[in-house]
Write a protein of this length. Structure first.
Length: 665
């Protein structure tokens, strides 16, 4: 039996595990680790792997799975909710980056027209994997720059499909053939329409039958067949396998099986994508890169400047603050994983020479290695750049905010709400009912515009700016409530508020318990950690459902909160608050249900549905986009794509599914 291929896999995985582990300790994404591992074991370094063709076969599967997973992220509803960022900022970022790169490549470097456009394609893309992983790990998904980064990289990834269609027609001796490109795009559009029409009955029909078998193995195999089969189908029709995989994912994104399909496909995608990045690292010729280090570094610096500048312009154009725009631009200043895929295509179709290909590979890997560090220090870098540039609109913004504060009629003892997400909106409703004066500051201009029209005392600005927050009447305010989740921003705001007004009461939310002590030291009076409050609410509801005395439950809850949640942190409850449960609590079955556009439940409130009385199940939480709502109010109104979490007895869980699907009120 030939073991050459298996030996190569052992080497690849062995070195990858070691390198990824070391880089993990340095808080560098695993994606970079795979690239470094490929460089080390490749034919241009120590040469443990001489023939990379077999590894590249698995890498191609990785690309298919990556595009399939990407397609499942592109539900039409999601794109429409983020349309201002995705199609506004995204199109500006992609269009201007391609234009600037084209001008430099075509006029200064004397590339052909097709080559210059191709360079624009591969430079404009940023790493979705690095951006999303960093934002997730640092709890910045819901920040203004987090939402903008995600919107822009989603648009970039959407463009990948069209770039990959155009590249074959840009290569060769004929260069651009606009007639052929038009016919190809027309053909692709017809296929896309045909596939999506078919998806309305074909996908539900097939997968309804597969799901009824309750065989996880059959479900996974069917998903893989659907993904690869659609990719092969489009390839047979003269289009790219990338388009087929993307369409397959997009069809499933609108179905009830999207979440399970994503969960099942992720292990395969991660494994094969690891091999893809290892194979990319193997392509780097270290000797060539060393002898062309000036060209490599010039490309790194050039793409960093261009992408930061264009990202800043795109984000500022859709209404975000200068600081948010700069942080977003810095977050985009690296080459993306799909750029490697396009670069390989470009080399096949003679759009990039071997020398420039090696320069691009080297510069790309350097930009990706540096990306996590740039993103980590982006707020500090942005602050220094703004100070250096002394942007003209700073004083104007100060005057506008001060006028808004005066117009609100607030004299003193008001509440300053920082951030107008889900928590900020709920707080403002309660304050309004209680006749407590408040003013809101929000860095998303579209949110400010929308709620200002509704009469909310809301102003646009960056709360980390001392001038901005001072003009909200900080020294006369009674309380500051910081509802944003960005850790760095929180610390800046708390520190300044405490110094400016020693008597003000500061409440701040945080995602992690480890942040509580630091935020208290900076001056916060109360810190509410989301993950532990969620735990408290869940066990509160579970114990209540099992008829445990509410007095005993409150005793535990009060103890935990009074001791800064340390009882949960250390998994230890003091004996003095011990409650004698007569029986141990059995495992609770928690189910989820995703609300689709056509369902009658959309627009109905929990009170209207009366779920507990109708089914016996209890709703314990609602996930809406990036927000998770525990203990939803009876007047909470359901929207499409909300995910309902509920629990109860087995029979009630079954009844609940039918109730949600078929309710008519």
């Amino acid at each position: 039996m030939e073991l050459g291929f298996l030996e190569s896999l052992v080497i690849v995985f062995g070195v990858s595990v070691l390198v990824v582990f070391i880089l993990y300790r340095l808080k560098i994404p695993s994606l970079v680790g795979f690239l470094v591992a490929g460089i080390i074991i490749g034919p241009h370094a120590i040469g443990l792997i001489k023939n990379i063709s077999e590894i590249e076969t698995f890498a191609e599967i990785g690309v298919i799975l990556l595009l399939f997973a990407l397609g499942m992220e592109f539900s039409v509803a999601k794109l429409l909710r983020m349309k201002r960022i995705v199609f506004g900022a995204g199109s500006i970022q992609v269009g201007f980056t391609i234009l600037i790169t084209f001008v430099i490549a075509y006029i200064l470097l004397k590339f052909s027209f097709a080559e210059a456009i191709f360079w624009g394609f591969i430079i404009t893309l940023s790493s979705t994997a690095i951006v999303i992983k960093y934002l997730n790990d640092n709890n910045e998904i819901r920040t203004p720059h987090g939402r903008t980064l995600i919107g822009i990289v989603l648009f970039q990834d959407l463009c990948v499909v069209f770039f990959s269609i155009l590249i074959p027609f840009m290569g060769g001796d004929s260069g651009f053939n606009f007639t052929e490109i038009f016919l190809l795009l027309l053909r692709a559009s017809i296929i896309i329409v045909f596939v999506f029409i078919g998806s309305n009955w074909l996908v539900p029909l097939i997968f309804d039958q597969i799901v009824k078998t309750q065989s996880r193995e059959l479900f996974i195999i069917s998903i893989m067949l659907f993904c690869v089969g659609t990719a092969v189908f489009t390839h047979k029709l003269g289009l790219s396998i990338s388009l087929g995989a993307f369409l397959a994912g997009m069809m499933l994104s609108e179905s009830e099986y999207a979440h399970q399909a994503t969960a099942d496909i992720i292990p395969f995608k991660e494994s094969f994508m690891g091999l893809f990045f290892v194979s990319v690292g193997m392509l780097l010729n270290l000797n060539f890169a060393f002898h062309n280090i000036l060209a490599v570094l010039s490309l790194v610096v050039g793409l960093f400047i261009i992408k930061t500048f264009v990202g800043f312009i795109a984000t500022a154009f859709v209404g975000f603050t200068n600081k948010t725009a700069l942080i977003t631009g810095l977050g985009l200043a690296q080459i993306g994983e799909f750029s490697f895929v396009l670069a390989m295509q470009g080399r096949i179709h003679h759009l990039i020479s071997e020398n420039y290909y090696q320069i691009f590979i080297a510069a790309s890997i350097l930009s990706m290695i540096g990306a996590p560090f740039v993103m980590r220090y982006a707020p500090n870098i942005a602050t220094e750049i703004l100070k250096l540039l002394k942007l003209k609109n700073t004083n104007n913004r100060k005057k506008i905010i001060h006028k808004e504060y005066e117009r609100s009629g607030i004299k003193s003892d008001h509440v300053i709400i920082i951030g107008y997400g889900f928590n900020g909106k709920n707080l403002s409703k309660i304050l309004k009912e209680a006749n407590i004066p408040y003013i809101i500051i929000e860095s998303d201009f579209s949110v400010v515009k929308k709620y200002k029209q509704k009469g909310e005392p809301i102003v646009y600005g960056d709360a980390t700016s001392t001038e901005v927050i001072e003009n909200l009447g900080l020294k006369k305010a009674k309380m500051v409530v910081c509802t944003i989740s960005n850790a760095i921003t929180q610390r800046i705001i708390i520190s300044y508020c405490r110094k400016s007004n020693p008597n003000i009461h500061i409440i701040v939310r945080t995602r992690y318990i480890k942040s509580v002590e630091d935020l208290h030291k900076l001056g916060a009076n109360e810190v509410i950690p989301e993950e532990y409050e969620t735990s408290i609410e869940i066990f509160n509801r579970v114990l209540s459902y099992y008829q445990v005395s509410q007095n005993d439950i409150n005793k535990i809850v009060d103890y935990i909160r009074d001791n800064n949640y340390e009882a949960l942190w250390e998994m230890n409850l003091d004996k003095k608050i011990h409650v004698d449960f007569s029986k141990s609590i059995p495992e609770i079955d928690v189910r989820s249900f995703t609300i689709k556009t056509h369902m009658d439940i959309v627009g109905k409130s929990i009170r209207q549905l009366n779920v507990r009385q109708q089914t016996g199940a209890t709703i314990i939480g609602i996930k809406r986009e990036y927000e998770f709502v525990t203990n939803p109010h009876p007047d909470f109104t359901f929207s499409e794509n909300d995910i309902i979490l509920y629990t109860g007895e087995p029979d009630s869980l079954i009844r609940t599914i039918d109730f949600f699907k078929n309710t008519h009120i």
